[in-house]
Every structure is written in structure tokens, then in C-alpha cells.
Design a binder for this molecule. Structure first.
Ligand SMILES: Cc1ncc(COP(=O)(O)O)c(C=O)c1O
Length: 373
């Protein structure tokens, strides 16, 4: 039988979905208490307000659409809207989500060009440069900003610079676990499509997938719209946005939550938010320095940290269960190839230095208790 929990405060710290602050969940419940029609003036105001604030946080003037979807839907939407079967797209992967993008590329029947790195290896810019320069028929480059599975922030700027003068290539970035916590200035980087979700650094319940599309996207697909796409069609989304509506019924509680959460982020100030995430991440690494980091030096994520597990994999499962059931702390195991090898702590959104010290303290106590069993 499990012991009683030693800590009253729940620390829910997986790398998404994340802990939702009270202000945000109260806003979400408004949708149930005072329901509004999604084809109304009230919704139009809400949609425009949320969209404008999300654009500020993504630092873009591009079109921005909000779909009811998980993050994976955004990956599919980017590829299905932009490319015809057979068009060549270069995928850069160094973890679970980069590889998922390749799988989705396969279902979209694009011509897959893949620079597959080992998990947690930095993206090799020399290789990318050679590949981009030697292939005049390349139509897209796809990568992940913050590879959640290995807790690494990839060099999006480095890749962006290689694509500067390539009008013929669309640059697509999955910023799911980065946007809102890590500086990702979409227009400055020349990202044509970026996608992210409500349930990561935006501190909201799941449900909303957000995606931006640059004028270059419209130029490429304008006269040759991919008729295979319907639910995620950017064209339908844009036509309806102009009328203040979404295509399907919008996930209203998450819209209200996003309205509040984006206020919180903008009130704190974007630079302050990014700096807080950087400080919190540094403190997490320092406080748990007895464990080896997985991320390569210089690529450590500010929203999630992965530590290498020093014992055997079964013991790691016991550790995670004890943390959850006795220490009231929920963190994540490694995915797929990293299962049994690492544990990951999310620190995005609503998190302070005090939380980090508390989390690190619980991790150390639990580890020591397990080691002395
Ligand atoms: C970087 C990244 N991309 C994509 C996804 C997939 O998102 P979802 O699980 O919402 O489909 C995740 C989920 O954690 C992620 O971290």
C-alpha cells in the first residue's frame, strides 16, 4: 500500500499539458456559465482579440488561425495545405517529434528528404546547407523548434539563415513546446508556417492548435489549392476568419482561457516571460546537477529538461510512481527510444523559482529514498 502524500501542493510538471493557473481556468469556465454562440458578435470580438494577442506573442503579422486540434493536427495541416504529392520536402529530425513529422510527410505522399540525426544530437547546419544548395527542386524545409522528447532547442535561426534567399522554399517550424516560453520571432526568422498549441507555455487546457501562414504560403498555393484538405484548409479558415468565425464549432472554453492567458503573458512582458523561463531552466539544471543532462551543451531547452536516469529502467518507473503518489509531483518518462533512460520535467507557463526549488527538492528526496531501499 502507498504512503499518504507528503506534500499538499500538487506539482503537475509534464511537458504539456501543463498546470492551468486559476485565472485561466476561471476564464475557461465562463464559456459554460455564460455560453455564447460561436456565430455571434461576442465570438467575433473574442476571436479577433485572441488572434491579435497570439500574433504579438509569435511576433508576426502573418495570418493566424486557431483550429480545434492536438498539435499533431498542425503538423499535418502544414504539409497538406502546402505541398502536392511528389514535391520534395527536407525534414530535419533529432527526436520523437521530428520523426513524427516525417511519418506524416509519408502519409501526404511528399517526396521525403530526411536528415536524420541521432536523438539529442544538434542539427548539423553544414549538412543542411549542402542539402539545400544542391537541390534546386526542394520546396520545403521542416523542423522542430523545441524537441520535447530530448528537451533540446534546435537552431531555427541557423537554418533560417540558410534559407534567406530561397523564395522557392517554405520554412515550416513546429514550435509546440516552445512558443510562449522561448523567443521565436516568426517574421524576423522568416518562418512561413509555425504551429503550437494552447496546452504548453500558454497555460491553457488542450483543444486549440494555432498556426500562422505567411504571404509566401498564399503565393505558392494560391492558384493551386490542395483540394484534399478540408477541415484544416487555410483558405476556408481565412475566408471565415474575415467574417469573425471558425469553420467547425470552436473549442469555446479554450478560447476564453487563451484570452486570459495571452493577457497574462503580455502584461508580464514578452522579454520578461522569456527571461523567467531561462532563469527557471537554469535553476532546474543547477538544482539537479547530480543527474547528467541529456541535451547537448548550448541546446538545453528553457521549457523542459531531460535528465539521464542512472539506474535500471524498472527502477525509473518506480521512481516516477513514487514521485506521483507520495511526493505529489507528476513528471514525464522518456518516449520511445528514450524510455527507461531519461526523466523529463516540464517548466513552462505558470512556474516560479520557488516552484523549481520545490520540485528539485522532491526529486532529490524521492531519489534518495529509493536508493536506500
Ligand atoms: C514539439 C511537439 N510537437 C508535436 C507534439 C504533438 O502534440 P499533440 O500531442 O498535441 O498532438 C508535441 C507534444 O508534446 C510536441 O512536444
Amino acid at each position: 500500500m502507498r504512503m499518504k502524500k507528503r506534500y499538499a501542493k500538487r506539482q503537475f510538471r509534464i511537458p504539456g499539458p501543463v498546470h492551468v493557473p486559476i485565472r485561466v481556468w476561471k476564464a475557461a469556465t465562463k464559456a459554460m456559465k455564460y455560453p455564447i454562440s460561436h456565430r455571434s458578435k461576442e465570438f467575433k470580438t473574442l476571436l479577433f482579440s485572441v488572434t491579435d494577442k497570439l500574433k504579438k506573442i509569435a511576433q508576426t503579422k502573418n495570418d493566424l488561425f486557431i483550429f480545434n486540434s492536438a498539435g499533431t493536427g498542425g503538423m499535418q495541416a502544414a504539409l497538406s495545405n502546402c505541398f502536392q504529392p511528389g514535391e520534395k520536402v527536407l525534414f530535419l529530425s533529432n527526436g520523437f517529434f521530428g520523426e513524427r513529422f516525417v511519418t506524416i510527410g509519408g502519409t501526404q505522399r511528399v517526396f521525403l528528404d530526411h536528415i536524420e540525426h541521432q536523438w539529442a544530437a544538434p542539427i548539423d547546419l553544414d549538412l543542411v546547407k549542402k542539402r539545400v544548395e544542391s537541390q534546386k527542386d526542394l520546396r520545403g524545409v521542416v523542423m522542430v523548434l523545441n524537441e520535447t522528447s530530448v528537451a533540446m532547442t534546435n537552431d531555427v535561426r541557423g537554418v533560417a539563415e540558410l534559407l534567406n534567399d530561397r523564395e522557392d522554399i517554405l520554412f515550416i517550424v513546429d514550435a509546440n513546446s516552445g512558443m510562449g516560453g522561448i523567443d521565436c520571432p516568426v517574421d524576423n526568422l522568416g518562418i512561413d508556417i509555425v504551429m503550437f498549441t494552447s496546452q504548453k507555455a500558454f497555460m491553457c487546457p488542450p483543444g486549440a492548435m494555432i498556426l500562422t501562414a505567411s504571404p509566401k504560403v498564399w503565393k505558392k498555393v494560391g492558384g493551386n489549392w490542395n483540394s484534399r484538405e478540408h477541415y484544416y484548409s487555410f483558405k476556408i479558415a481565412r475566408d471565415l476568419y474575415d467574417c469573425g468565425e471558425t469553420f467547425g464549432t470552436p473549442v469555446l472554453p479554450t478560447f476564453f482561457a487563451l484570452d486570459e492567458a495571452t493577457d497574462m503573458i503580455l502584461d508580464e512582458g514578452l522579454d520578461n516571460v522569456f527571461q523567467r523561463h531561462a532563469s527557471v531552466a537554469a535553476e532546474m539544471r543547477k538544482s539537479l546537477s547530480q543527474f547528467k543532462l541529456l541535451a547537448a551543451k548550448g541546446y538545453e531547452s528553457n521549457t523542459v529538461t531531460a535528465f539521464q536516469w542512472p539506474g535500471d529502467p524498472d527502477q525509473l518507473e518506480e521512481f516516477l510512481t513514487d514521485l506521483d503518489e507520495e511526493y505529489n509531483l507528476k513528471i514525464a518518462r522518456g518516449q520511445e527510444k528514450m524510455r527507461g533512460k531519461i526523466f523529463r520535467i516540464g517548466h513552462m507557463g505558470d512556474i516560479t523559482m520557488r516552484d523549481v526549488r520545490d520540485i528539485a527538492n522532491r526529486v532529490k528526496k524521492c531519489f534518495n529514498a529509493l536508493s536506500s531501499k
